[in-house]
Design a protein around this ligand. Structure first.
Ligand SMILES: Cc1cc2nc3c(=O)[nH]c(=O)nc-3n(C[C@H](O)[C@H](O)[C@H](O)COP(=O)(O)O)c2cc1C
Length: 380
């Protein structure tokens, strides 16, 4: 179980870290540094004994220290972390020193022992502006992440979109529900023990599916809204993809992210989602999720298609025209996307046009569920 460490353990860890840098430190001298630190009404007494080879940590009070410091525990941390200057600390009475303060030079300042070689994976011009640098993708992979696969409405609305894409490039449709993907168990083996590989590599379909998606120039993530987010099978897939990044941190676009192990230049994605409710706001959580995912995967989102009332639009005779317009526009959208790397605003408007939320339609839906309860009819 993870717990907040007591101050004495923090001090001990700090000395361990300093000790790892001490052998190569240029200033070595024999002596002791005594600490009298106050924290939450208690006094912590501890000291560091220093010789030519090592820094050793002890609890308690040593006789005749070379230098001693008296302060609150937080002020000592601020001093050690460079947030509190010694002169300012003394002047304000927050730090009290006794003895030879130059002896503090025995504590190495250097943080990193060896220079870490961090893989280079900078922000690309394509990531910043995919439309400007768009090249027709050689292959598009559509990942249908509806747990109902071919039987669902996700598939129904995808069909015309794929038809449009197919007019200009190769498309492969992959059904996520056909792949067994274990949830990530957070062991970090993929970052520490077997870099880049998952403990489940030979045991499930994640690796095979990732390789398939990796080869596509453009990936369409298609999924229905489940409990205000994406279906668990898709989230599982994304969680497992952590193994495909390095653990190191680099600067991205105003945020930190990981460099990728496998780099596919000009790789982009489309979000294609449907939901049963009426309002666009139902897509807000997945929109925010994919914005973050796109940044952290170095893969720009080039189009977002969010179709509300997906079930009602298909079922209602009064929405027939709206449905057919949406289908025709989905096909156009597929074509525009491949050729230009974006979907025209008017086309998107036709696809996503809201179904009127009349009380009659809400009542009809409620009646349907009521009539069908315990009927065994799942064919909606
Ligand atoms: C477990 C579950 C949770 C759902 N949660 C939501 C939801 O939060 N908001 C919504 O508008 N629709 C929700 N729906 C409705 C689905 O988005 C809708 O049934 C969709 O057609 C399912 O996709 P499919 O037809 O491809 O299977 C949910 C459906 C299921 C099965």
């Amino acid at each position: 179980m993870k717990e907040v460490l007591p101050p004495i353990s923090i001090m001990e860890k700090m000395v361990e870290k300093l000790q790892s840098n001490y052998p190569s430190h240029s200033f070595k001298k024999e002596g002791t540094i005594q600490f009298h630190l106050n924290h939450e009404g208690k006094r912590i007494n501890c000291f560091i004994k220093v010789d030519a080879h090592s820094l050793n940590f002890y609890e308690g009070i040593t006789e005749e220290p070379t230098v001693s410091v008296k302060s609150s525990f937080y002020d000592w941390l601020n001093l050690a972390g460079g947030k509190l200057k010694p002169v300012a600390g003394v002047f304000t009475g927050r730090l009290k020193f006794k003895g030879d303060t130059s002896f503090f030079k025995v504590l190495p300042r250097k943080q990193l022992k060896n220079k870490v070689i961090v893989p280079v994976d900078p922000v690309t011009r394509f990531e910043r502006n995919p439309v400007k640098y768009w090249e027709k993708p050689g292959k598009v992979v559509v990942l249908n992440a509806s747990p109902r696969g071919e039987k669902g409405y996700t598939e129904f609305y995808l069909k015309p979109f794929i038809k449009g894409i197919e007019k200009h490039t190769e498309v492969e449709v992959v059904y996520l529900a056909k792949y067994k993907i274990n949830p990530c168990k957070g062991c970090f083996s993929c970052w520490v023990d077997i870099p880049g590989e998952c403990i489940y590599k030979e045991k499930d379909g994640h690796h095979k599916l990732s390789e398939k998606l990796f080869k596509a120039g453009l990936i369409v993530y298609a999924f229905p809204i489940y409990a205000d987010g994406m279906p668990g099978i898709l989230k599982n897939f994304f969680d497992r993809s952590v193994s495909r990044a390095y653990p190191y941190l680099i600067e991205g676009m105003k945020r930190v992210r990981h460099p990728r192990r496998y780099i596919n230049h000009n790789h982009s994605m489309v979000i294609f989602s449907i939901c049963a409710f009426f309002e666009k706001v139902n897509f807000k959580p997945v929109k925010a999720y994919f914005k973050a995912l796109a940044h952290n995967r170095h893969t720009p989102v080039v189009a977002e298609i969010y179709r509300t009332t997906a079930v009602g639009l298909h079922a209602s005779p009064f929405a027939y025209k709206l449905l057919n317009n949406a289908i025709a526009s989905l096909e156009e959208a597929g074509e525009q996307l491949v050729l230009k790397g974006k979907i025209n605003r008017r086309t998107l408007k036709n696809i996503t046009k809201l179904v009127e939320k009349k009380h009659t339609s809400i009542n009809k839906i409620n009646e349907w569920w009521d009539e069908n309860k315990e009927s065994g009819n799942h064919n909606y």
